[in-house]
Write a protein that binds this ligand. Structure first.
Ligand code: CP
Length: 300
């Protein structure tokens, strides 16, 4: 079963295959399922990019899409995630895309559910399809990950994007460092000052403050945060000529990045969103192509 749960669960070979497939899709290649198959998008947390780019990717692949809304479902009557997914499997859904507030939500499903599960963002844990679209964007720019200096800046400890990217980029040979407020460091990776991160990075990956995962109030005002840890107009001038700015979005303009820089020449923020469709097409193809082979094997 070709689930996609974490980046660390993928071998380097599997990552390279998914990126290759995503590149093919970005160049106009197409692939479609050859019989009716259903996929359910189950979002237990809010989303704009991930939900909609999954839906576009699914429709491009000829999948029938069901959008499951937790707030109007029997989850509100106490039904568990397992019983919900088991129900969808019983009524003929062939795969599920799930965003959930629990880091390890998939543990109650794997081995019990016989359809592919794709993690569309899990708490503060992992966001593997965001990572794959980030890798695709970096690869398009630099052709390689080896020895690239990648600085991930901001709310590291609450960021599933930081965790997935640290794992994958490190294994692919990049030098990954973190920067931002000390209280949001976690135990992974080297931490450097914001000014050093901006000067040294080939890829400067900015993160938003995950207010929804913070127990208390933020100490700094937005302006104070911007001056201390944000990409200001002045800091951007110290970036290397070829360096790029990335951000998984949503962006808080004027906080982690100056409003004017969101769409500047070195920003790849909207390119990342475009690549999200291609990366998700590749992930879905991997999941549904294998399922078809499994179904045929069962029939034989
Ligand atoms: N980057 C990302 O996951 O965006 P959404 O929360 O809008 O899906």
């Amino acid at each position: 079963m070709n689930h996609l749960l974490t980046m660390s669960g993928l071998t380097l070979n599997e990552i390279e295959n998914i990126l290759h497939e995503a590149e093919q899709f970005s160049e106009g290649n197409s692939w479609k399922v050859d019989h009716q198959m259903f996929v359910a998008n189950m979002f237990f947390e809010h989303s704009t990019r991930t939900r909609n780019s999954f839906e576009v990717a699914e429709k491009k692949l000829g999948l029938e899409v069901l959008n499951f809304y937790a707030e109007s479902s029997s989850v509100q009557k106490g039904e568990t995630l397992y019983d919900t997914v088991r129900t969808l499997e019983s009524i003929g859904i062939n795969g599920v895309v799930i965003r959930h507030h629990e880091n390890n939500f998939y543990q109650e499903l794997v081995g019990k559910i016989n359809i592919p599960i794709i993690n569309a963002g899990a708490g503060t844990g992992e966001h593997p399809t965001q990572c794959l679209l980030d890798l695709l964007t970096i690869k398009q720019e630099f052709q390689t990950f080896k020895d690239l200096n990648v600085a991930i800046v901001g709310d590291i400890s609450h960021s599933r994007v930081a965790h997935s990217n640290y794992d994958a980029l490190t294994r692919l040979g990049a030098n990954v460092v973190f920067s931002g407020p000390n209280e949001w460091q976690d135990n992974t990776g080297k931490f450097i000052s914001m000014d050093e991160a901006v000067r040294e990075a080939d890829v400067l990956m900015l993160l938003r403050i995950q207010h929804e995962r913070h127990a208390g109030q933020m100490g700094n005002s937005k302006e104070e945060y911007h001056q201390a840890y944000g990409l200001t107009i002045e800091r951007e001038k110290t970036m290397k000529k070829h360096s790029i700015i990335m951000h998984p979005a949503p962006v808080n303009r004027g906080v982690e990045i100056a409003d004017e820089l969101v769409e500047c020449d070195r920003s790849r923020i909207f390119k990342q969103m475009q690549n999200g469709v291609f990366a998700r097409m590749a992930v879905l193809k991997r999941a549904f192509e294998t399922q078809k082979i499994n179904e045929l094997t069962v029939q034989l």
